[in-house]
Design a protein around this ligand. Structure first.
Ligand code: LMR
Length: 334
C-alpha cells in the first residue's frame, strides 16, 4: 500500500468509526402531511421497517410526518427537485402537477365499493395513470387506500341546501371544487397542515376527509357536526423521484419493490379498520354530533352531485371515466 493510500484508509477509518470499507447508507426521505397514527402514517412506518430489513441496512428511510419538512404542493416540488425521495400525496393533489386524470378519484360516488376501487388501482387504469407521471420526473410505485369521506361543519349537514354559503376547506382538486359548488358551498383550497387552525378560528366553516384524518387532526373538536356521507373517496399514490429510483443499484431497487408490495398490502388491509375506529373515537369524544344520512337523504345528495361527472369529463377525460364505470359494471353494479 502506498503512503497516500494508507493515509486515505486511515482517514476513512476515522470517519466511519473504525470500518474503512463501511458504505454510507442510501437515505430515502419520505415526507407526508398526516399524523403517524393514520393508515398512511402506519404504512410508511411499515415500509421503513421492511425496506431497511430487506436491504440489510443499506437503505435508511427517514419519515417526516405531519408536514414537518414540507406541506402540500411544496412536497411535490421538493420531490421533483430531489430534496426528498418519496411521498404519498392524496390522489387529489396531482391535478396542479398537470396530471388531471388523477382527479377521477375525487368524483363523487365514482366507486360503489372498495372492490371497484381496487380493480382500478391494481389494474390497467392505475398503471396507465402512473405512466403519465414519468414525464414529470416521477415514478409511481403503489396506491394506498384510506377511505370514504365524511363532511363536517358547525351546523348539521343533512341536505344539500344546508351547505349554502358554507366556506369549506378543500384539497387542490377542481373536482372537489365543483362538488362543493354543486352543493352551494364556497370551496377554499388550503394545505392540510392549515386546516385545523382555519376551522378553529372560523376562517372556514367546514371540511371533508375520511374519519382517520378528521380524528387525528382533532378537527372534530372544532366542528359541531359530522355527517357520515361517504360521498367521495380519498387514497394515495406512493411516488418517488424517478432519477433517484433509476439510479439505485438493481438489487436494492428490487428489495425496495418487495418492501413496497408488502407495505401496500398492509396499508390496504388496515385502512377500513383504522377509519372505523377513528369514527368510534369521534363519537365517544362527545365533542361533536355524528349524523348518518338516511337512504332518502343519500338519494338527494347523489342527485345533486352526480352531474359533476359530466361537468368535469372534459378535464379528466371521458374515456378514463368510462373505463372506471366499466370496472363497476364488471362486478355487477349498474
Ligand atoms: C387532505 O389534504 O385533506 C388530505 O388528503 C391529507 C392526506 O394526505 O390524507
Amino acid at each position: 500500500m502506498k503512503l497516500r493510500d494508507l493515509l486515505f484508509a486511515l482517514f476513512a477509518a476515522v470517519i466511519h468509526g473504525g470500518n474503512a470499507y463501511a458504505q454510507a447508507p442510501i437515505v430515502i426521505k419520505f415526507n407526508h402531511v398526516v399524523a403517524k397514527d393514520t393508515p398512511k402514517g402506519k404504512a410508511a412506518e411499515r415500509f421503513k421497517e421492511l425496506a431497511e430489513k430487506a436491504t440489510n441496512g443499506r437503505v435508511k428511510v427517514e419519515i417526516y410526518p405531519n408536514s414537518t419538512l414540507y406541506k402540500d404542493q411544496e412536497e411535490l416540488e421538493a420531490l421533483q427537485l430531489g430534496a426528498v425521495q418519496m411521498l404519498a400525496p392524496s390522489l387529489a393533489k396531482f391535478g396542479p402537477l398537470g396530471v388531471k386524470e388523477f382527479e377521477l378519484f375525487d368524483l363523487p360516488y365514482i366507486f360503489p365499493s372498495k372492490e371497484v376501487l381496487y380493480r382500478v388501482t391494481e389494474g390497467q387504469i392505475g398503471r396507465d395513470l402512473f405512466k403519465k407521471l414519468e414525464s414529470k420526473g416521477i415514478t409511481g410505485l403503489a396506491y394506498w387506500d384510506n377511505g370514504f369521506k365524511v363532511m363536517s361543519a358547525n351546523k348539521p349537514l343533512k341536505a344539500p341546501a344546508d351547505f349554502h354559503g358554507q366556506k369549506m376547506r378543500i384539497q387542490s382538486s377542481k373536482v372537489v371544487d365543483a362538488q362543493m359548488r354543486a352543493l352551494g358551498a364556497n370551496p377554499q383550497v388550503m394545505a392540510f397542515s392549515e386546516a385545523y387552525h382555519a376551522l378553529r378560528t372560523g376562517v372556514v366553516d367546514g371540511t371533508e376527509n375520511p374519519p382517520s384524518n378528521l380524528y387525528t387532526q382533532r378537527m372534530h373538536e372544532v366542528q359541531k357536526h359530522v355527517t357520515v356521507s361517504n360521498h367521495g373517496y380519498l387514497g394515495y399514490a406512493v411516488i418517488v423521484n424517478k432519477k433517484f429510483w433509476n439510479g439505485l443499484p438493481a438489487s436494492i431497487r428490487t428489495a425496495l419493490e418487495g418492501a413496497m408490495k408488502e407495505s401496500t398490502k398492509f396499508a390496504n388491509a388496515i385502512a377500513q379498520q383504522e377509519n372505523d375506529s377513528a369514527m368510534d373515537a369521534v363519537k365517544k369524544s362527545g365533542k361533536t354530533t355524528v349524523y348518518t344520512l338516511s337512504d332518502q337523504e343519500k338519494a338527494e345528495w347523489r342527485k345533486t352531485l352526480l352531474p359533476v361527472h359530466k361537468q368535469l369529463e372534459g378535464r379528466i377525460g371521458k374515456d378514463v371515466i368510462s373505463a372506471v364505470y366499466k370496472e363497476a359494471v364488471a362486478v355487477g353494479y349498474k
